[in-house]
Design a protein around this ligand. Sequence first.
Ligand code: SAM
Length: 248
Amino acid sequence: MALPALQSFEKKIERQLRFFELRKHIIERKIERHIRLFEQRRDVIGKKIERQIKQFELKKGIRLDDEVRFIRSWIEKPLTTGAVTPSGRALARTMASYIDPRRPGPVIELGPGTGPVTEALLAQGIDPSRLVLVEFDPIFCRLLRARYPAATVVQGDAYGLKRLLIGVLRQPAAGVVSGLPLFTKPLHMRLRLLFEAFALMSPGAPFVQFTYNAVAPIPKRLDRVSAQASERVWMNIPPARVWVYRRD
Ligand SMILES: C[S@@+](CC[C@H](N)C(=O)[O-])C[C@H]1O[C@@H](n2cnc3c(N)ncnc32)[C@H](O)[C@@H]1O
């Protein structure tokens, strides 16, 4: 670019910068005015939004606060949370259906999150005092303690299950229900988890795991272990399948 053209270009930019500087104060003042207005009306607006959310929840049968918590957790730790939304009722019900309330002992839930499967376990007839909820996320733990005060909530890493539950279980468990995103872990860790769970359960008790994947989350051909899959649960986002493992 020739020198005069460059000088004229510089002047043009300077002019635009000056203009922007002048406008900046006006725009800032406008934004401040809007913020002040919003602050004054925040309570009224907040209550209105809350009312609308409650009406929506009642109509659709879901808890949006849980959805929001879940999405936030997924944004922060996508591999740990493993899903963008909590399990739907149909999937939770399918998982809980494999737990026989007549089999004695505690029921261990791994990765309960906001508790949709916990809720289904209660509906299945499991007394809340029998529940041992193992959750990694401290915010979910707080929520679970408030929501299920009779249950035992253990904050920690489910992949170290045996060590984590030392002194917690007083008798063999009646089942383990897992919502962990197993595929984010290597196979040897998934297998170790399964066998640690078997060691904590009474003979023949189920290890229940859901997956969105087409293949089994833990290989189905294992020595002295039977594996059984449910039909795909289409009424879930995304559709999922439940796998049940038992030691023969
Ligand atoms: C896919 S979400 C399932 C949540 C809930 N069970 C449901 O069905 O909506 C996985 C949950 O497992 C928890 N989680 C992931 N890794 C974990 C670990 N190593 N130990 C304990 N909890 C874990 C996450 O914090 C999250 O709550």
